[in-house]
Design a protein around this ligand. Structure first.
Ligand code: SAM
Length: 289
């Protein structure tokens, strides 16, 4: 199968998913009554459009034409805004806070939330960071980590800073990993950075079994044109499940986008009263003591 290329960098199917969320941010940012103000995402998509429109890859072509399902754009923009708010809230509570955005993709969060003090790490696979480096400059306070999150050597750079307070974000990433990988990662974060906060998005494990799994994979591959390797592998049933992984993992709260009073959700809002739909994908916040 053809390996997708971006700005002359070969990227995997999973890495290519970072384009989808970037385009959602850019499209929403240009819409009326926008949920997410992200001019940098618009700038970046303008730079990528010529390459994507010339590609044979269907996924790239539809992005370049701005053809992304409206409800996905709204969901992803609401999610990005919510994670921005989580970071702002964390920075208000901890003046020397450090943030690590795991599986950052091409997201521009640092530029949306920068308070002039935060040290912000964007971590993603080397191929994604190689693309990101061509688009955004690194600075003293905005640093890139080109590594799989599962290759724990990346943690050394953070331990050297001896951080007072540390926030890890995992927005739209853990579902692409295997269950044992996610468990081991969370336990490693807990033992290396006791007291840190983790905010992560989860997929409902119910949807990882047939026949729901088939529906989800068709959605990812046929409707969104994502590559065959970009499938969801990990899920939980409840936010509190993580507390059973190790003593000291403390569930704080969770967030379901359908609960938001957002007009752009339209008819989708009626689904919030049906737990089966409300809880397909959601975010939870933990303290790792
Ligand atoms: C759907 S994108 C989400 C990007 C970003 N968090 C956002 O919401 O815009 C998933 C990202 O997870 C990254 N990813 C997947 N597996 C990873 C791994 N083992 N280590 C680091 N990043 C990974 C992919 O490269 C991709 O950029």
């Amino acid at each position: 199968m053809e390996i997708p290329k971006l700005l002359n960098t070969e990227i995997s199917d999973v890495a290519a998913t970072s384009l989808l969320t970037l385009y959602c941010h850019a499209l929403e940012s240009q819409s009326k009554d926008t949920i997410l103000d992200d001019p940098l995402a618009v700038e970046i998509t303008d730079k990528l459009n010529p390459e994507l429109s010339q590609s044979d890859n269907k996924f790239y072509q539809s992005l370049a034409k701005g053809k992304v399902e409206k409800k996905l754009v709204v969901h992803i923009a609401m999610r990005a805004k919510r994670y921005d708010d989580y970071v702002r809230n964390f920075l208000e509570r901890s003046h020397h806070g450090i943030v690590v955005n795991i599986g950052c993709g091409l997201d521009t969060r640092f530029h949306r939330i920068d308070n002039g003090k935060v040290i912000f790490y964007d971590l993603d696979l080397p191929e994604v960071i190689a693309v990101k480096r061509k688009l955004l400059p690194e600075t003293d306070r905005y640093r890139f980590i080109p590594s799989s999150v599962l290759n724990y050597e990346w943690m050394e750079a953070i331990t050297q800073l001896n951080p007072d307070s540390l926030l890890f974000l995992a927005e739209g990433v853990l579902m692409y990993l295997q269950e044992d990988e996610v468990k081991s990662l969370v336990l490693k974060l807990q033992s290396t950075f006791p007291g840190c906060e983790l905010i992560a998005e989860f997929f409902n494990a119910l949807w990882l079994k047939p026949p729901l799994q088939g529906i989800m994979n068709r959605k990812l591959q046929r409707d969104l044109h994502l590559g065959n390797d970009a499938t969801f592998k990990f899920g939980i049933r409840d936010s509190k499940d993580l507390e059973g992984w190790n003593p000291g993992i403390e569930f704080l709260d969770d967030w379901f986008y359908l609960d938001e009073p957002e007009n752009k959700l339209g008819l989708l809002r009626v689904l919030k009263d049906i737990p089966f739909f409300r809880k397909i994908q959601w975010t939870a916040r933990y303290k790792l003591n």
